[in-house]
Design a protein around this ligand. Structure first.
Ligand code: SF4
Length: 885
């Protein structure tokens, strides 16, 4: 029976249908009826079926490295938390949770922390992604409320994407925008981002502003709107306060001043302002480029100010729109998963709200002050203020800034408990107690996407081993700690309680209200269709838009303009660290790769950690496209493959956030990232760390392809991944083994006599190639060179499908390049059809005119569409391959 559920990756929240055949094989398709995606999935969503095997799973509790019973593990956790609270007070314990948790999981852990342990030391990895938007919403609207919906993006005549590479990070939504633009030629798209990202392919105007200058740009826009008399006086008078102070903060900033400070051409700024002034239906979408900043909250309010001034909010096709990163970042906020919130959008510093929540829960205590936010929480773990921490479904030793310090903090902590689906992550390796949790496909509950839409995640796989749902693990511990109120029969019962609390003594004063669902029965909950909150007696089926006629959730029900004084990033570049390091996502990976690295096709797009440099910076630092570079900051170092591209802004370097010690040596970019945070939201400045780069040139460069898994070396540069029929490892190191041949045997795990060896040696040039063949089939190969210019890898993958290897294939192995018509496709661009850059380049040379033409010739870009911007970019500018294919 096909099961309808939701994608576990980004905040678009696409609906998927999981079908399991008689042999147990799962296939995933987009849900054509789901209002987020109408059947579309991006490359990550399409590859979900690849990611659900049990390999690497944590299937039983582990205590001190040994398997343990649930009773023993739960007793240890409960006893440890009770004892720590008794001896050191409630703030000596903490919970660090995740936007990957379902709302019901989130609800019970927040209840346990704030209502029963009596601490607000519960924070979430959403702090790294959404906290500035939350704080900006609350300052402007009095509540953390996204005013609009996805349909607005299709109805708009002007889409402004600020600090958002939506083409890669929210691909299905981006495709919806591009399709709408095609239908509506009047629609213009502006991208505001220091980098020319894939998102710019669909843009009419790209503003590559100076990093961190977004608030200057939007203050400039505010001043321009006033000058152009584009103020909606009725809306401003009726529904807002504080306009004069906000305008004064923009201080009549001219276009020329704005352009100068932002490092932009005056004409481009003028054009953007003119389009905004003249276009009623305008949506400003923003994401991590705005949020991950030491002045992220001000940037959010600078954007919202422009929409309040023009009254462009809450009506079709207009409004500020925060794109959430994670699948349930918003659900976590609804239940108070952040350290400075109570459940159901109530305020921890409001005594009335504390009283409401405590009475509703019947709890012995209620946390009465904000807890420690993520970065501060790990500081408190490091200095011993927090002595017991429970981490759920997240990998902070890879994702937190100053990640080496976070690692040292966990090592110094008395009791580290980690609930996770995987046995080995960077973080689970530092836990005393591991609790096996269910993961996507097994879990049951709800998530809320970027447009306030609550959607079901339904199980279609059995719970493996001894793994349990997160909500169940939390309730088991809570009951062992002696707390009542955690005896839920099922997840629907938790949802009902959550819905009931949202309406409890609300009276329309709080934005988050889903009380229409508080009596939902188990079967109706199971069948719950996606619904946008609020869901109340007034809006029983949800509300797509809010605030058209005011009704903000401040005391006087009016929105607040917020005066913004732009600030530069907290840490400035210097002679020692001249580059501004910017981190982010790439198209086919997600967070710390614990799921996406399981999919061979997702590994094909970008295999190695990379660092993108402007050509002039690369020249100055002596960096070569495709070679390796060591990046350093005041906090740490890492090694990455260099990409030289004019699409990078001069003086900046971009590095993806994904690689951890499980997949690569020296590749955790967050070890370099400075721990500066926004003073209001506590969100780290992940987009701006002063850094430097230098060539990293080990004497030997090697790749290994093998049917057997390859052991990671203890040091040096290495990256590994599972491909479709083999494992791949890239290495670079200084020390030459005594015999390359013996070393190759060792890497492939094959003895000399076991297999037939094809060997090529050129000691003078330092090039060696070894291939092992057994029963006519390629078992693996090792290629060695004294520089990074090793042969392409992609054509070799086709040899693993040949049985027996043809004479031409054997000759190709010796020659180090195809000697037949075998194609070297280059790095894969279209994951769905396995189409590489070289193939697209070849078709372009043969006259392919545009992306649709490429689609007809190669099928590339005709399925999920996530690669379409990249294909378009290749056709426009071409790109030299930096990643070894
Ligand atoms: S856009 Fe892609 S990653 Fe995001 S929810 Fe949809 S399918 Fe999943």
């Amino acid at each position: 029976m096909p099961v309808k559920t939701s994608c576990p990756y980004c905040g678009v929240g696409c609906g998927v249908i999981a079908s399991t055949d008689k042999a147990g094989a799962v296939s995933i398709t987009g849900d054509p009826m789901h209002p987020a995606n109408f059947g579309r999935l991006c490359s990550k969503g399409s590859a979900l079926a690849d990611t659900i095997g049990l390999e690497g799973r944590l299937l039983s509790p582990v205590v001190d490295g040994q398997e343990a019973s649930w009773d023993a593990a739960l007793d240890l956790v409960a006893e440890g938390f009770v004892r720590t609270i008794r001896e050191h007070g409630p703030d000596s314990v903490a919970f660090y949770v995740s936007g990957q948790l379902l709302t019901e999981d989130y609800y019970v852990v927040n209840k346990l922390a704030k209502g029963f342990c009596g601490t607000a030391n519960i924070d979430t990895n959403s702090r790294l992604c959404m906290a500035s938007s939350v704080a900006g919403h609350r300052r402007a609207f009095g509540s953390d409320t996204v005013p609009g919906c996805y349909e607005d993006l299709e109805l708009a005549d002007l889409l402004i994407l600020v600090g958002s590479n939506a083409a890669w990070c929210h691909p299905v939504l981006y495709q919806r925008m591009m399709a709408a633009k095609e239908r509506n030629p009047a629609c213009r798209v502006v991208v505001i981002d220091p980098r020319r990202t894939a998102t710019c392919e669909g843009a009419d105007l790209h503003l590559p502003l100076r990093p961190g200058s977004d608030a200057v740009l939007f203050n400039g826009l505010l001043a321009a709107l006033e000058r152009a008399n584009a103020v909606d006086g009725t809306f401003v008078r009726s529904f807002t306060t504080g306009m004069d102070a906000a305008l004064a903060s923009a201080a009549g900033q001219t276009v020329a001043e704005t352009a100068d400070i932002c490092g932009l051409a005056e004409a481009a700024v003028d054009r953007f302002f003119d389009w905004f002034i003249r276009t009623e239906r305008a949506v400003t979408l923003y994401s991590q480029g705005i949020n991950q900043s030491s002045s992220g909250v001000d940037k959010v309010n600078a954007i919202i100010n422009c929409h309040l001034l023009t009254g462009r909010i809450g009506r079709p096709g207009m409004g500020p729109f925060s794109l959430t990163g994670q699948p349930n970042a918003m659900g976590g906020r609804e239940v108070g998963g952040l350290a400075n919130q109570l459940a159901a959008h109530m305020d921890i510093d409001n005594p009335l709200h504390r009283d409401i929540v405590q009475r509703f829960w019947g709890s012995p205590v209620i946390a009465d002050k904000a807890g420690l936010k993520a970065v501060d929480m790990f500081d408190a773990i490091a200095d011993g203020r927090i002595k017991a921490v429970w981490i759920m479904s997240t990998n902070p030793l890879v994702s937190l800034p100053d990640a080496n310090r976070a690692r040292a903090a966990l090592d110094a902590c008395d009791l580290v408990v980690v609930s996770d689906a995987l046995r080995y992550t960077e973080t689970t390796r530092h836990a005393r107690v591991l609790l096996p949790a269910l993961t996507w496909g097994e879990k049951d509950g709800t998530v809320t996407n970027s447009e306030r839409r609550i959607c079901r995640q339904r199980p279609f796989l059995p719970a493996p081993g001894a793994a349990r749902a997160d909500w169940k693990i939390v309730c088991d511990v809570a009951q062992r700690m002696g707390f009542a109120g955690f005896g839920y029969a099922n997840v629907a019962e938790i949802f009902r309680e959550h819905a009931k609390l949202s309406g409890f003594e609300n009276g329309g004063s709080r934005g988050f209200d889903i009380s229409a669902l508080e009596t939902i029965q188990d079967r109706a909950y199971d069948a719950l269709a996606p619904v946008q909150w609020p869901a109340t007696s007034e809006f029983p089926t949800g509300a797509p838009r809010l605030f058209e006629s005011g009704g903000f959730f401040t005391a006087d029900r009016k929105a607040r303009f917020v005066p913004v004084t732009p600030r530069a990033p907290q840490s400035a570049t210097s002679r020692d660290y001249p580059l501004a390091l910017n981190t982010g996502r790439i198209r086919d990976h997600w967070h710390t790769m614990t799921r996406t690295a399981r999919s061979p096709r997702l590994m094909l797009h970008v295999f190695e950690p990379c660092a993108e440099f402007h050509p002039e910076d690369a020249r100055r630092e002596g960096l070569e496209n495709g070679a390796l570079a060591r990046l350093s900051s005041a906090y740490g170092t890492m090694v990455a493959r260099v990409t030289v591209t004019p699409e990078q802004r001069r003086g900046c370097v971009f590095v993806p956030m994904h690689w951890s010690g499980e997949y690569a040596g020296e590749a955790r970019i967050n070890a370099l990232v400075n721990p500066a945070t926004d003073p209001i939201s506590g969100q780290p400045e992940l987009k701006h760390t002063p850094a430097r780069a230098e060539p990293y040139s080990p004497k030997w460069h090697v790749f290994v392809l093998s049917r057997r898994e390859i052991e990671a070396p203890a040091g040096g540069y290495w990256v590994r991944g599972r491909m479709e029929r083999y494992f791949r490892m890239e290495l670079a190191f200084d020390e030459r083994p005594a015999s390359w041949r013996d070393w190759a045997h060792e890497q492939l795990g094959l003895a000399e006599a076991e297999v037939e060896w094809i060997a090529y040696r050129d000691p003078g040039a330092g090039r060696y190639r070894y291939a092992a063949v057994r029963d006519g089939r390629l078992e693996g190969c090792v290629f060695v060179a004294p520089d990074h210019k090793l042969v392409a890898r992609s054509w070799l993958s086709s040899l693993f499908t040949e049985n027996p290897l043809s004479p031409a294939a054997r000759m190709s192995l010796l020659a180090g390049q195809p000697v037949d018509a075998r194609e070297d496709i280059g790095p894969v661009v279209c994951s769905c059809f396995g189409i590489g850059r070289s193939q697209i380049a070849t078709e372009a040379l043969k006259g392919a005119r545009d992306i649709n033409d490429i689609g007809k010739r190669l099928k590339a870009g005709t399925n999920c569409g996530a690669c379409r911007p990249e294909i378009a970019r290749l056709l426009h500018v071409g790109t030299q391959d930096a990643q070894p294919a």
